[in-house]
Design a protein. Structure first.
Length: 82
């Protein structure tokens, strides 16, 4: 069963990797973003999307850990007050 899970994880990772590569190859148009007066250099649209994906992949687990730690601290305080 463990070998099946590893194989499934590898297949999913490869599918995501190839999907991202195809997305990058299909979106080569350049554009510039403006946000709060800040102007970015002209880069491929795919770079902005992949950058947003990577930022989301980094921030999501961090927020999950913060919520877990906060919930754990609240549960500890409740146990102490009883």
């Amino acid at each position: 069963m463990n070998a099946f899970k590893k194989a499934a994880l590898i297949v999913m990772a490869l599918l995501i990797f190839f999907g991202v590569v195809i997305f990058i190859l299909e979106n080569q148009q350049t554009t510039s973003l403006t946000f709060l007066g800040w102007h970015s250099p002209s880069l491929s649209i795919a770079l902005f999307f992949v950058g947003a994906l990577l930022v989301g992949l980094a921030i999501g687990p961090l927020l999950g850990m913060l919520m877990y730690w906060r919930k754990r601290a609240v549960l500890k305080r409740e146990l102490r007050s009883e």
